[in-house]
Design a protein around this ligand. Structure first.
Ligand SMILES: [Zn+2]
Length: 709
């Protein structure tokens, strides 16, 4: 992945169709929307300019000299030189944990999608079935007064079910229902489907670790004062949510302590994020009898029956030690402990769909305390985000038809092919890799499938009923649809056309099981890809992203899967050792960088992303050099073409961050902070040293350079 935005489920931007040629018209087009009033949002004088829908996106060029700080020395701090102006001009909005080029683009996209959804919500006539669903979902979500009036009522049926449990024997069937309603959100554990690591043509059931309310197991185990303080605040938050359900303060306090004890035990039995980077640590294939033996106190047959799966007989238990502890917890906990745990996680996962008391309490802890965000996002942003999350490919069709032309798709495909050719050449000339491994690497490289823009076949939402006056019901039905869609894949042929990001997303990814790279339409827009700009910044920026995703197939994790996406060693022992030694160079380099205060980068966690960043930039450079080899390139804006390549690359990563958010990212984010995603790369490139005439001994010139791909 290029950024962590996927996690936040941001929605993306459209640039105007003019620059890319007109996209195929949808039933409703952007110009339809233009002729319609956008309603109260525009009429309300209390709203700021940023709180209005937009009909086309503001253009930001792919290389902006105003975003640079030319008073900084590029050989001393290249990030400051490339991004200093951007950081000065773009303070963090009150509702954001951080602010960067990707986040800004995502917010512009959100405003564009808002216009589409607002129109579909207000003008029901002539909508096609998908437009009815996203329009009415949005209308129901925006009906704040209706949501307020209901208060905690939407929680009554699930809470009655939990309170009505007479014995622990009823837990498996009940938990299956809850998992379906919460998209396998991990109450006690996670359950879903995935490709078999050993045979990527098969989809099998995956039982994974889960059960936590805090974002990572480390939050429960770290003993530094900040972590201890945060756990105290979390306890108070759980207590507050239980009180919102009507529990008396004393009882809620006692109950939250019991919940914390269960979560802490599960956290301690969970692998760390670094341990989870090793796929062998997560691959334990068992049959139903073996699964049942792992958790004698939990009846899997009744759980599976309730999911509608019947009796599958192949499971990957990603973390067996976790399941042994889970069984211990379920056996020793009282029925009341279990009910309290379920009640807390039910209100926690439903909070975004409930009245203001729940929304605000949830934000106070997970936004303010955990990430330092002062202000809750406006309702329209949350609603656009939820449509993208729950009906993403229906919304994505509207986005693509307005913003993503066949020309744009072709351009990106051409650049992708060039980056792949660069990697072919690069592998051929590696000095540390033997011929046998090289052959296998090339076979894998040539098998990578390039998916650009949007899926060839759209997801069918026909069976999801969406009504314009039932927000929480819509959310539940959409969640059950998605849970069942995932589970129904078990035992069926793998759908290689499937996407796991929605088209408006400002991000991209590589899948080691599919052996494919995926670029949503949302990330292929200015300023990341700018058709008006010269090649240098475009190759530096989007070329670097393509190279980044491609290199993931060959990073510490991806290299363990073969061309077919199977977990299979294709390395000679010597080449394996050489790779590890070269990767260690990157790990050692990033381990020295400070994230915030006393916290340094956990570079075993960021290893794959750091390797992908470095490989991506080298491949983009090679592809750009090849593309322009017979062209006389001009200086522009006082920069040489080579300098434009590097500044163009750096300007994707400009960002400002809140210290609280940096603390969280240091634990949970496999990406290094933006500053090091720029400076950490260029120090390793002699091409950079030459482009800016840096001298040995300067900070941006590293003595012992790291180089893998
Ligand atoms: Zn990545």
């Amino acid at each position: 992945m290029r950024s962590l935005f996927m996690k936040v489920l941001f929605v993306l931007v459209a640039f105007t169709a003019v620059a890319f040629g007109q996209a195929a018209p949808a039933n409703r087009t952007a110009s339809d929307a233009k002729s319609r009033p956008l309603g109260q949002a525009l009429a309300n004088p209390a709203l700021t300019a940023a709180d209005t829908p937009i009909l086309s996106l503001p253009y930001t060029p792919g290389l902006e000299t105003e975003f640079m700080d030319k008073s900084a020395d590029p050989c001393v701090d290249f990030y400051q030189y490339s991004c200093g102006g951007w950081m000065k001009k773009n303070s963090i909005p009150a509702d954001q944990p951080s602010w960067g080029v990707y986040g800004k683009l995502a917010q512009d996209n959100q405003r564009f999608l808002w216009g589409i959804l607002d129109d579909l919500a207000r003008n029901p006539s002539g909508r096609n079935p998908n437009q009815q669903k996203i329009g009415d979902y949005f209308a129901a979500c925006m009906d704040e007064a209706g949501v307020e009036k209901l208060g905690a009522n939407p929680l009554k049926p699930p809470l009655d079910q939990i309170n009505g449990m007479m014995s622990k024997k009823q837990l498996p069937a009940l938990l299956a229902q809850i998992h379906l309603r919460t998209e396998g959100n991990g109450m006690f554990f996670g359950f879903g489907s995935n490709q078999d690591y050993g045979d990527s043509t098969q989809v099998i059931a995956f039982a994974s670790a889960g059960g936590l309310g805090l974002p990572d197991r480390d939050y429960y185990t770290k003993s530094d004062p900040k972590s201890v303080e945060l756990r105290q605040k979390y306890l108070l938050h759980v207590q507050r949510m239980l009180e919102l359900l009507g529990d008396l303060p004393d009882a809620a306090q006692r109950e939250s302590a019991g919940i914390m004890a269960v979560e802490t035990a599960l956290a301690k039995a969970s692998l760390t994020r670094v341990e989870r980077r090793e796929p062998h640590n997560l691959y334990h294939k068992v049959d139903l009898t073996q699964l049942q033996a792992l958790t004698p106190g939990f009846d899997w047959s009744s759980y599976l029956k309730e999911t509608g799966l019947g009796q599958p007989d192949t499971f990957n238990v990603t973390e067996p030690a976790f399941y042994r502890e889970l069984d211990h917890q379920l056996q020793t906990a009282s029925l009341d402990d279990i009910k309290n745990y379920l009640r807390w996680h039910t209100v926690h996962s439903a909070a975004p769909f409930l009245s203001a008391g729940f929304v605000n309490a949830d934000f106070d802890f997970f936004g303010k305390t955990l990430r330092g965000v002062p202000q809750l996002r406006a309702r329209w942003k949350r609603c656009v985000g939820l449509v993208d999350r729950q009906l993403g490919e229906a919304l994505g069709q509207e986005f693509v038809s307005r913003t993503f032309s066949p020309e744009m798709k072709q351009r990106t495909l051409t650049m992708t092919n060039q980056i792949e050719q660069a990697m072919t050449a690069d592998i051929g000339q590696l000095t540390w890799m033997g011929p046998e491994t090289k052959q296998n690497a090339l076979t894998k490289l040539h098998a990578v499938v390039n998916k650009i823009g949007y899926p060839d076949k759209w997801r069918d939402y026909t069976s999801v009923a969406i009504s314009r006056d039932d927000f929480s019901g819509n959310a539940e039905r959409a969640a059950v649809f998605e849970s069942k869609r995932r589970l129904n894949k078990i035992g069926k042929p793998v759908d290689r056309g499937e996407w796991s990001m929605t088209p408006p997303t400002v991000n991209a990814y590589y899948s080691s099981r599919m052996n494919d790279i995926n670029f949503p339409a949302g990330v292929l827009q200015p300023p990341l890809y700018d058709p008006k700009m010269d090649d240098a910044p475009n190759y530096g920026n989007t070329g670097g992203t393509i190279g980044h995703e491609l290199t993931h197939g060959f990073d510490d994790q991806g290299r363990k899967f073969d061309a077919q996406g199977n977990l299979k060693d294709w390395w000679t022992a010597r080449d394996d050792q050489d790779f590890e030694a070269r990767a260690q160079c990157v790990v050692d380099q990033y381990a020295r960088y400070v994230v915030v205060d006393e916290i340094k980068i956990n570079s075993k966690l960021t290893e794959g992303e750091d390797i992908a960043d470095l490989g991506g930039l080298i491949l983009a450079w090679m592809a750009w050099k090849d593309q322009t080899k017979n062209t006389h390139l001009q200086n522009r804006d006082g920069l040489t073409p080579e300098q434009r390549f590097f500044v163009g690359n750096a300007q994707w990563a400009c960002e400002n961050d809140r210290p609280e958010n940096l603390r969280m990212n240091a634990i949970t984010d496999p990406h290094s902070p933006g500053k090091y995603r720029v400076n950490g790369l260029v120090v390793n490139l002699p091409e950079f040293e030459k482009a800016f005439a840096c001298k040995p001994g300067q900070p941006m010139v590293k003595e012992n350079r790291c180089r893998i791909w």
